[in-house]
Design a protein around this ligand. Structure first.
Ligand SMILES: [Zn+2]
Length: 313
């Protein structure tokens, strides 16, 4: 999106981007629209795709679904005089690239993948009992590397041992290796509801003007280097979330946005995978299990392949 967007701080705390009527956009793009629940849930069907929007601000009107996969919009859908309004940012940088993937330039291949095992050294990441996140991100990265190589990709890891690599250096490893994609691996933990919260969420960089999904309208919204690839970031995050949900029995926490340093500084399409909650007793056990990590690595490779097909690279 090169058109300047006029921002004004709304009552909700969200910077207010330009909004358009969802029904008009749907008509122009040959989607049929109907309420699944009046003034609450809106469904759009067409072009082989099914989109569901939660329009009810009481349960977060950024929650959407595209072809069965949860997607968090950068801005909430608004309901005004019975009509749903959607931000142009989301049309251009969330829904657009997922429904009509941006193609690579001719001859530009998706060939080299940089895998970034989160944390390391004196930064253990989350710790649940005697289990450090840094250990399992590295073990998963090694498995992903093996499977990506088998699938014909070149692979570079930001670390191969238990060392601390500063965050800002990680995208730089990818850049120096000429990587086409940057994929950071993490596991989650919940401090408040240890036994209940589980599932996978995949982050890409928040578009300019938008905050992180979990910040709900608060905090930084400036343009960052990672925004150069907004469309491909969204596509990669979506395809990866879809692959996780399709290939593994995980709860779909959705494609989200965040201004994590590794995503802000990336000079190629980049995502950060939160592969599951170590703090959930059953999910934790799976993360510590090499057989399950093999399946997870398979889902990651499938996500990369789906992205590669979509961009025709
Ligand atoms: Zn982490």
């Amino acid at each position: 999106m090169f058109a300047p967007l006029g921002f004004a701080r709304g009552k909700s705390g969200y910077a207010r981007p330009n909004y358009v009527r969802l029904d008009e956009w749907a008509r122009a793009n040959v989607f049929s629209v109907r309420w699944l629940e009046h003034d609450r849930t809106l469904e759009m069907d067409g072009n082989g795709a099914r989109l569901i929007f939660n329009v009810d601000s009481r349960s977060d009107a950024r929650k959407a679904q595209i072809n069965g996969v949860r997607v968090w919009l950068a801005f909430p859908v608004l309901l005004q005089n019975g009509r749903a309004l959607i931000s142009q940012t989301d049309l251009a940088e969330t829904i657009g690239p997922i429904l009509r993937p941006p193609g690579n330039s001719p001859g530009i291949k998706v060939k080299t993948i940089c895998i970034d095992p989160g944390h390391g050294g004196n930064d253990p990441g989350y710790q649940v009992g005697s289990n450090d996140e840094k250990k399992y991100t590295l073990l998963l990265a090694q498995e992903v590397r093996a499977q990506l190589k088998t699938a014909g990709f070149k692979v570079v890891l930001t670390r191969t041992t238990d060392v601390k690599i500063p965050l800002e250096e990680r995208p730089d490893v990818a850049r120096r290796a000429g990587a086409d994609l940057f994929i950071s691996l993490h596991f989650n933990a919940s401090e408040t509801a240890r036994n209940e919260v589980k599932g996978t969420e995949i982050f890409c960089c928040s578009p300019a003007g938008a905050t992180s999904t979990n910040a709900r309208g608060e905090g930084d919204t400036r343009w960052v280097v990672g925004n150069r690839y907004d469309e491909k970031n969204a596509l990669l995050a979506y395809e990866m979330q879809k692959s996780y949900v399709k290939n593994l029995d995980v709860e779909d926490r959705g494609m989200k946005r965040a201004r994590f340093e590794v995503l802000r500084e990336a000079t190629m399409p980049a995502i950060l995978i939160e592969g599951g909650f170590m703090s959930h007793p059953a999910e934790g056990k799976k993360i510590y299990d090499p057989a399950y990590r093999k399946q997870m690595a398979h889902a990651i490779v499938e996500g990369v392949l789906a992205y590669k097909r979509a961009v025709r690279g």
